[in-house]
Design a protein around this ligand. Structure first.
Ligand code: PMP
Length: 376
């Protein structure tokens, strides 16, 4: 029988997340670490993986990993919650602090999942757009917090996709002016080195998000964590999926976290590569580059979606096209890759823009000669 009841009416307003699996030789679209986990660690993963009891459910709260993260951050284990990537934790926050009749302050352009998860949970989104330089409009945020009706504020710091770091005094002002839950999303902390961790003891409403997907090369395993007041974590454990972080991920994240100094050299190298990328892009005519504190760079170029397409088709380089996102007209975002990947991306950009310049000149010359003939 060909019959199906419709899902919740609210779904009509939502569009599926664009999880297109586009492949290219140079993958610079998702802010991943270009390097896999170092070989010695991979070796340890596989040795330990032999002894995992896969027939048993995992520890729901990832106790060992939780202890390690707590200790490294000078906190107790009940101030830490591990999730299936930061994405799951953002959803948990909206399940617990959002919902119908509740309000989220979002600061676009920013990480799209905040708005998407708000939509899924029926949370009302109050958008307070960033300024032209992508800094937060602090006055607008503080003003909007005054009536006391906001339940949650989400601030990516540094912001994705712009790379902008928020001013710490502004974040403190926000925390001081509200009892709303304030998520400071530090997914790119290992690159920016800025954290709000020192302010946790004074602000029960401060929640910090980190991930293993970027600096620690584990995007494929899905692990992220929150640092928050124990009462916040306790509420989140009421809504979270109990077994979302599998045994293998818990083990791998533990090994990576214990040996995180091994990643330092790679992080410093990526920061040097980011400088190369900014330098190279700035040298291209028609490109505006925005400063970044993360492992990606946002830039503006006329006809961005055509540039995106040509980079992929002709140079097998995949970057992220934001040109249709409000406030990001003609913007593309490129992740910091290896030296070779950056070289290929810059060479592709140079070729595409030079060709365009040549055809513009050719067009101008053709028009000029037509005018000359018409005038003659
Ligand atoms: N927050 C921000 C700002 C991000 O850019 C990302 C990844 N794109 C995440 C959270 C989530 O990362 P993950 O789910 O891989 O931990």
């Amino acid at each position: 029988m060909d019959r199906l009841r419709p899902p919740r009416a609210e779904l009509e307003a939502l569009t599926p997340y664009e999880a297109k699996d586009v492949r290219a030789e140079v993958m610079l679209a998702s802010n991943e670490n270009p390097a896999n986990v170092p070989g010695e660690l991979l070796q340890k993963f596989s040795e330990r993986a032999m002894h995992i009891p896969y027939n048993r459910y995992p520890d729901p709260l990832a106790g060992r990993l939780r202890e390690l993260i707590a200790e490294a951050n000078g906190l107790e284990p009940d101030n830490v919650l591990v999730g299936n990537g930061g994405d799951e934790l953002i959803f948990d926050l909206l399940l617990a602090w959002g919902g119908p009749g509740r309000k989220l302050i979002d600061l676009p352009p920013t990480f799209a999942m905040y708005g998407i998860d708000a939509g899924m949970t029926g949370t009302e989104v109050i958008e307070l757009p960033r300024r032209a330089d992508f800094s937060i409009d602090g006055d607008a945020v503080l003003e909007r917090l005054k009536p006391g009706d906001v339940d949650i504020v989400m601030i990516a710091n540094p912001n994705n996709p712009t790379g902008t770091l928020a001013s710490e005094p502004l974040l403190i002002d926000v925390l001081n002016s509200t009892d709303a839950l304030v998520l400071v999303d530090e997914a790119y902390f290992e690159f920016s080195r800025h954290t709000m961790r020192p302010h946790m003891s004074r602000h029960q409403n401060l929640v910090i998000l980190r991930t293993f997907s970027k600096a620690f090369s584990l995007a494929g395993l899905r692990a992220g964590y929150l640092l928050a007041h124990e009462d916040v974590i306790c509420e989140l454990t009421k809504v979270r999926q109990p077994y979302s972080v599998n045994r293998f991920t818990q083990l791998a994240a533990e090994l990576v976290f214990r040996e995180r100094p091994v990643f330092e050299a790679g992080i410093s190298q990526l920061l040097r590569h980011r400088d190369m990328l900014v330098h190279g892009l700035s040298a291209l005519r028609e490109v505006t580059v925005y400063p970044s504190e993360a492992n990606f760079v946002l830039f503006k170029v006329a006809g961005a979606s055509m540039v995106w397409r040509d980079l992929l088709r002709e140079h097998s380089v995949l970057v992220r096209d934001f040109s249709r996102a409000p406030g990001l007209e003609d913007c593309l975002r490129v992740s910091v890759g290896t030296e070779e990947e950056i070289g290929r991306f810059l060479a592709g950009m140079d070729e595409i823009l030079s060709r365009r310049h040549a055809s513009d000149l050719f067009g101008m010359a053709a028009t000029a000669s037509r005018h000359t003939k018409e005038e003659a």
